[in-house]
Design a protein around this ligand. Structure first.
Ligand code: FAD
Length: 799
């Protein structure tokens, strides 16, 4: 373990708990107050999060810290929390947060200003509109927890203070030893938990960790008169005023105030001071009073008794912000060098647990897709991107963020060859993994009717346009062109390509050249690691349509030594247009001498053709549920391909359609989206992908687990009786009991229903069952419907 903060000790503790016996932790500073972020974190633990994973990590953390003590002193004070709203927009958002918490099994409540004041008498309840409270939140004593964990596993774990890692020895891409200023440790496994120093240490091994250390202000007041005589460390609930980017905690008879109000103050990892360079802990910087003027006024306004106090013990502490605000976990490209970075104290316990499971059992028990070290596209680890996005994450740490809110900078980063044409058609672009992706096109405005405008309201209508409804129906009625370029595609070639892919896929891939197979990649627990479309282009050549770079890393990690396989990401340099709709054949056939008839080009097959002069790999698949093809070519031919298809489609009323329509089309057709409808927390059977599992095809990862399917819940299709359009992540109730949560939701314009997919217990997953979905604190009746609602027999695809 490199780093003696909360993450290092928590991971070491869990490894020891799981039976490992020879764990050494090295820390450049003293122990246990090492001088990193953990040493000065005031320890507020707010568990609520829109991410199920992050919320679960926090819940596991609270469980762990609550179980620890040192010398009779607790490591967690379960005083509860309150997040107050001083704007109507925040009040609405608190309802959304309450919904998330309910979905993720975290008890919470919405309370009145008077009730908030009753719980925290220092509060001026006239300044707030309401509050959201979580009784199990509280205060972590992080340094104490580090020592408690270390001492409880002191046989298997040794810790070495004032020992700095200065290098790594690597042979054939694998870790061999760690070099420290006090000697060398031979090991084929190290876990870097270096906090804000992470990028600097990882660089010694040639690994990029995309995080930005940012300064953050914390202040302790002098004695608060109203707390005179209070000797208990904390009795008041912890408090957050997100509208002012501030939080508060009690320190016995004083108060602590943290602020994120100021512009981000970035510090390069390379430039962080060493312990010996100053009396100040290296993870803190001199206080900048000019940044605390306004926060202090805001603090006194919310908690008027603070006016009579002075600010003392002021500092700017540093901690890590990644481009998407989430941790960085997993094995780096150097075999044996694992990373656990950008983790808050709030999640430190849970992160240690899942890291240990990952290392000891081969897979974590909780889905970690949002934290995967491999999720970053090449641009996302560049210094300028990490700086820009890290700063923005800091600014937005407490902002009300709509799930489709767009990042503004740096853009545009990646564009498909059709970008110019899309701009000509008035595309509204949303960003995804750096790509500019049309969401809808102003050119289709004329197709919008008043009925389309009426279907969404409130949050569900934000970052949405009724044009998407028009594009949805035009695809169902005629034909549309979708830019599928950003879909990640990998090329897997070589004599052993089939063997490798067979060992990862649930479905049978030993099929003739030209076959397309839809399959899952599962982890050892049978959880869905990804869903993929695998096209056999030659005996030894496959194209894998997948969900991102973690899939590339997963495939590469399973190449047997000496195997003849090459895997490469061909997304950059190629492009794809999806041509879908009942008139798709009429559009494509005139452009090609190849046979696009139903008999000549069967569903789920692929072949190399020419569209006009353009060499294309066409595959007859559809993620929108209509007849059509994905047309792949190299980027140089992209514009020509688009123009040919566009011209040919004019007499048929072709439109360019965006991702908003794509999303509603796929949900209406019941197609699952990985990362939303299923991930490793679900097996293929629960998520409705059991048809991809061929247990009799031979060995593959997850097969043993899938031989005993999980059978307690199922993803099913709900229709919302009053037509309200949801957003996803809402809790589902049956007889007032929380029974599940929504994954995807939309309005299905062809079936004229509000649709939501949700996990519910199998006994409720029957057509006609009645449940309720809570949306912004209001219950809506929903009915389990047939799945899918649109074209259940798939006849539109096969003719
Ligand atoms: P650290 O605690 O920084 O540990 C990393 C360790 O690695 C350091 O001790 C460092 O010395 C060591 N190290 C680095 N390089 C080397 C090397 N080459 N060799 C050996 N050792 C090395 N989080 C919350 O959840 N709630 C809060 O209320 C909260 N408030 C905060 C307030 C402030 C002012 C700050 C600054 C942070 C706050 N945080 C809070 C964030 C939280 O403190 C951090 O996210 C967390 O402590 C990070 O833990 P860590 O173990 O990853 O890093």
């Amino acid at each position: 373990m490199i780093g003696g903060g909360i993450v290092g000790f928590s991971t070491a503790y869990h490894l020891a708990q799981k039976g490992w016996t020879d764990i050494a932790l090295v820390e450049q500073g003293p122990l246990f107050e090492a001088g990193g972020s953990t040493s000065h974190a005031p320890g507020l633990v707010f568990q609520t999060n829109g991410s199920r994973t992050i919320c679960e990590l926090a819940q596991q953390t609270v469980k762990l810290y609550s179980s620890l003590s040192l010398g009779g002193q607790p490591c967690f004070h379960s005083v509860g929390s309150m997040e107050v709203a001083i704007t109507p927009q925040r009040l609405e958002d608190l309802k959304r947060r309450h919904g998330w918490a309910t979905s993720w099994g975290l008890p919470s409540e919405l309370i009145t200003p008077a009730e908030a004041k009753r719980r925290l008498p220092l509060l001026d309840d006239r300044k707030i509109l309401g509050a959201y409270a979580v009784p199990s939140d509280g205060l972590a004593k992080a340094v104490r927890a580090c020592e408690a964990m270390a001492r409880s596993v002191s046989g298997p774990l040794t810790w070495h203070a004032r020992t700095t890692v200065t290098g790594f020895e690597i042979a054939s891409g694998k870790l061999v030893a760690i070099v420290t200023d006090r000697g060398r440790i031979e090991t084929n496994l190290a876990i870097l938990c270096g906090g804000i120093w992470g990028p600097r240490v990882a660089k010694l091994a040639g690994v990029r960790v995309p995080l930005m250390p940012v300064q953050h202000q914390y202040v302790r007041t002098s004695r608060v008169k109203e707390l005179t005589g209070e000797t208990r460390e904390v009795v008041h609930p912890i408090l957050c005023n997100q509208d002012r980017a501030m939080y508060f905690r009690q320190h016995a008879d004083c108060y602590g105030v943290g602020s994120y109000q100021h512009e981000p103050l970035l510090v390069e990892s390379e430039k962080i001071r060493k312990h010996e360079e100053s009396a100040m802990p290296p993870a803190s910087m001199p206080f900048t009073p000019e940044h605390f003027v306004k926060p202090w006024q805001d603090a006194c306004e919310l908690l008027p008794p603070l006016r009579a106090t002075e600010t003392r013990e002021k500092f700017n502490g540093m901690f890590s912000f990644t481009p998407d605000g989430l941790p960085v976990l997993g094995e780096s490209h150097v075999g044996g060098l694992w990373i656990a970075e950008a983790v808050w104290v709030t999640h430190g316990g849970g992160v240690g647990k899942v890291m240990a499971e990952w290392l000891v059992d081969g897979a974590p028990s909780l889905d970690l897709r949002e934290c995967d070290i491999n999720r970053f596209d090449p641009h996302a680890t560049s210094p300028s991107y990490v700086r820009a996005r890290g700063a923005q994450q800091y600014r937005e740490v407490y902002d009300v963020i709509h799930p489709l809110q767009q990042m503004e900078q740096p853009r545009p980063l990646r564009t498909s060859p059709f970008y110019i044409r899309q701009k000509e058609l008035g595309a509204t672009f949303f960003e995804g993994r750096g790509w500019e992706r049309p969401q809808w096109f102003a050119s289709n405005e004329k197709l919008v009717t008043s009925v389309m405008r009426s279907k969404r309201s409130g949050w569900a209508a934000q970052n949405w346009s009724p044009i998407a409804a028009a594009e949805h129906l035009a695809t169902r009625d005629r034909v549309a062109m979708f830019d599928m370029t950003p879909l990640v595609r990998l090329e897997v070639t070589g004599r052993d390509a089939l063997t490798l892919l067979q060992s990862l896929s649930t479905n049978q891939l030993a099929k003739p050249v030209g076959s397309v197979v839809y399959a899952c990649f599962c982890d050892a627990r049978g959880g869905v690691k990804s869903d993929v479309t695998i096209t056999r282009l030659a005996e030894d050549h496959f194209q894998v349509g997948c969900n991102g770079l973690p899939d590339l890393a997963w495939i590469r990690a399973h190449i047997a030594s000496g195997a003849d396989v090459q895997v490469r990401d061909i997304t950059p340099g190629t492009c794809c247009v999806g041509v879908w709709g009942p008139r798709a054949r009429d559009l494509v056939q005139p452009l090609s001498a190849d046979d696009f008839s139903n008999g000549g080009f069967r569903y789920f097959t692929a072949r190399r053709v020419h569209i006009g002069e353009v060499p294309v790999m066409a595959q007859r698949v559809s993620y929108v549920g209509e007849l059509g093809w994905e047309m792949y070519t190299t980027s140089d031919y992209g514009m020509r391909l688009w123009d040919l298809l566009w011209r040919s489609g004019q007499p048929l009323g072709v439109i360019a359609a965006g991702r908003a329509a794509f999303e509603s089309l796929r949900i209406e057709k019941g197609y699952r989206l990985w990362g939303v409808d299923m991930y490793t927390d679900h097996d293929p059977y629960e998520s409705g992908l059991g048809f991809t599992v061929k247990l009799d095809k031979g060995e593959f990862i997850g097969r043993a687990a899938l031989a005993k399917p999980r059978q307690s819940r199922k993803l099913c299709c709900l229709t919302i009786d009053d037509g309200t359009v949801l957003m996803g992540k809402e809790p589902v109730f049956a007889q007032d009991r929380v029974v599940g949560y929504v994954t995807s939701a939309t309005y299905g314009f062809a079936v004229d229903r509000s649709i939501a997919y949700a996990y519910v217990p199998v006994e409720l997953a029957r057509e006609g069952s009645i449940v309720e979905v809570e949306y912004f604190n209001k219950r809506h009746r929903a009915t389990v419907a047939s799945d899918p609602l649109y074209d259940p027999k798939g006849s539109k695809l096969r003719n």
